[in-house]
Design a protein around this ligand. Structure first.
Ligand SMILES: [Zn+2]
Length: 168
């Protein structure tokens, strides 16, 4: 299916119209995470699990340490934490959450990290610089797709989401 959803999430959804395929045309009315609404850690920006930050470095470094596989010519920042995916059947709300988390992450990698330069380009949390860089990364991923593909369309939609929510 290509859906990555934490099993602790219970989503209540209704089919909107002509729902023949499961996962299509669903609208989420409420999303619970152990009866808590979704939130992000005030300190490191990571998504909360059952209302708690599970980042081991939250207290000591006040941020997240991004693993070295997330780098320029490697995996994108969207492969970290809540993942951004445009595979078939993806629930849009997960992509919103993935993007919102990437906007909030406080990156605590030190200057000796192999991916330090890549991470530095992301700029500070919630900044226009961060938003623009996320769009740039999505655009880079789009450049590898044909412009008529569904994946391309989806990514275009998410660049719009970032622009509308974090730049304008
Ligand atoms: Zn935290």
């Amino acid at each position: 299916m290509g859906i990555r959803i934490d099993p602790s999430i219970i989503a209540i959804s209704f089919c909107v119209s002509n729902c023949k395929m499961p996962g299509e045309r669903y609208i989420f009315t409420r999303v619970y995470w152990d009866n808590m609404t979704w939130g992000y850690c005030d300190i490191c920006g990571k998504t909360l699990e059952a209302g708690k930050c599970k980042n081991d470095n939250c207290k000591s470094l006040q941020g997240v340490v991004i693993p070295p596989n997330i780098d320029e010519m490697n995996d994108s920042i969207f492969q970290y934490g809540v993942r951004f995916t445009v595979e078939k059947g993806t629930f849009d709300i997960m992509n919103e959450r993935a993007i919102d988390e990437k906007m909030r992450l406080v990156i605590a990698n030190h200057s000796g990290s192999p991916n330090y330069e890549y991470l530095k380009k992301l700029g500070p949390p919630m900044s226009v610089k961060r938003a623009k860089r996320l769009i740039e990364i999505l655009s880079g991923l789009m450049a590898r797709q044909t412009q008529t593909s569904r994946v391309f369309e989806e990514r275009l939609r998410w660049t719009k989401y970032i622009r509308e929510n974090y730049i304008e």
